[in-house]
Design a binder for this molecule. Structure first.
Ligand code: HEC
Ligand code: HEC
Ligand code: HEC
Ligand code: HEC
Ligand code: HEC
Length: 171
């Protein structure tokens, strides 16, 4: 009988751990962005760079999402109104006092500390190191998701002889 109970106990403990980890790690929550923004088009045809829209990445913890004035630098309501349904959504925000209510989709676990400034400025890392698929996206992701698994964070820290102490990331 005893091996049976031992196996049962292991199964129960593992099951509880998996449930706990799933509850802690964000992901898969549906997101409906206010405008179906196209990264591929703006980085390709329009020749833009990440930092033109995500202006805080070099100086802050968060990279930030663009305000409407960034978009209206190029998109002219008088010339383009009625030419594309997603542009008309932009122009509706332009006409109102509201900012574009972009939602956060790229996440890490709630207890994990991550700073863009530390990696982009101090670490000298390119955005594409960690967001390799972003330039290919023709529309926003439909659900939230983890940017990177813990094993990938740790792999680079080890490669660069940087700390892998649990409490560096889990605060
Ligand atoms: C013309 C402006 C613009 C440029 C240039 C741009 N982005 Fe974005 N980015 C956005 C907007 C708007 C969103 C929110 C809508 C979406 O998810 O597409 C976004 C979302 C993101 C997100 C998800 C953020 C979240 O909401 O959690 C990441 C990651 C990202 N961009 C990375 C990049 C990288 C890396 C580059 C350069 C290769 C880049 N972006 C270039 C405008 C831009
Ligand atoms: C540097 C100039 C520039 C900036 C800044 C810019 N765009 Fe664009 N955008 C373009 C170009 C070029 C095109 C492709 C030609 C066209 O459709 O006008 C385009 C196309 C679009 C389209 C229609 C095409 C499609 O498939 O989606 C939408 C919608 C759009 N942009 C929204 C935005 C939003 C929202 C922002 C701000 C986050 C923004 N743009 C910032 C240059 C820009
Ligand atoms: C070392 C990996 C790494 C690098 C380099 C990196 N990012 Fe991120 N990025 C992340 C992680 C992890 C998250 C989720 C962080 C969170 O939830 O606090 C994230 C979230 C984001 C977001 C959404 C939330 C926010 O911070 O506003 C945007 C936008 C973004 N990154 C853009 C960029 C851009 C642009 C660059 C280059 C200038 C860049 N990232 C460089 C790992 C990275
Ligand atoms: C370099 C940063 C980093 C270090 C160091 C690190 N972690 Fe993590 N950890 C993460 C990230 C990011 C996640 C969320 C992504 C995932 O689940 O893979 C995570 C997720 C976890 C989770 C899942 C639950 C949660 O918190 O979201 C556990 C448990 C965990 N880590 C334990 C540890 C332990 C124990 C150590 C030390 C041996 C450690 N981690 C060291 C970055 C790190
Ligand atoms: C491609 C390499 C790379 C990846 C991927 C990476 N890091 Fe880092 N990280 C670094 C480097 C390099 C530094 C040190 C930068 C400096 O010189 O200050 C650093 C520093 C840090 C620090 C500051 C530690 C301290 O000393 O206080 C934290 C926290 C951190 N990273 C968390 C993360 C988390 C969480 C992830 C995954 C979501 C991650 N890192 C992914 C390279 C990376």
């Amino acid at each position: 009988m005893r091996p049976f109970f031992t196996v049962l106990l292991i199964v129960i403990v593992l099951g509880a751990l998996v449930t706990l980890v799933k509850a802690l790690v964000p992901g898969g929550v549906p997101v409906d962005q206010p405008i179906a923004f196209n990264h591929a088009l703006h980085l390709g045809d329009a020749g833009m760079e990440c930092g033109q829209c995500h202006t805080d990445a070099a100086t802050s913890r968060f990279a930030g999402l663009p305000g409407k004035e960034v978009c209206l630098d190029c998109h002219d309501i008088d010339e383009e109104e009625g030419s594309h349904p997603e542009k008309d959504k932009l122009f509706a925000y332009a006409d109102s006092d509201d900012e574009i209510p972009w939602e956060r989709v790229a996440l890490t676990a709630p207890d994990v500390f991550f700073s863009h400034r530390r990696h982009v400025t101090a670490g000298g890392l390119d955005c594409l190191h960690c967001h390799p698929d972003q330039p290919l996206l023709t529309r926003p992701p439909a659900t939230t998701g983890l940017v990177m698994a813990m094993t990938d964070c740790i792999a680079c820290h080890e490669e660069r002889s940087h700390t892998v102490d649990c409490l560096t990331c889990h605060r």
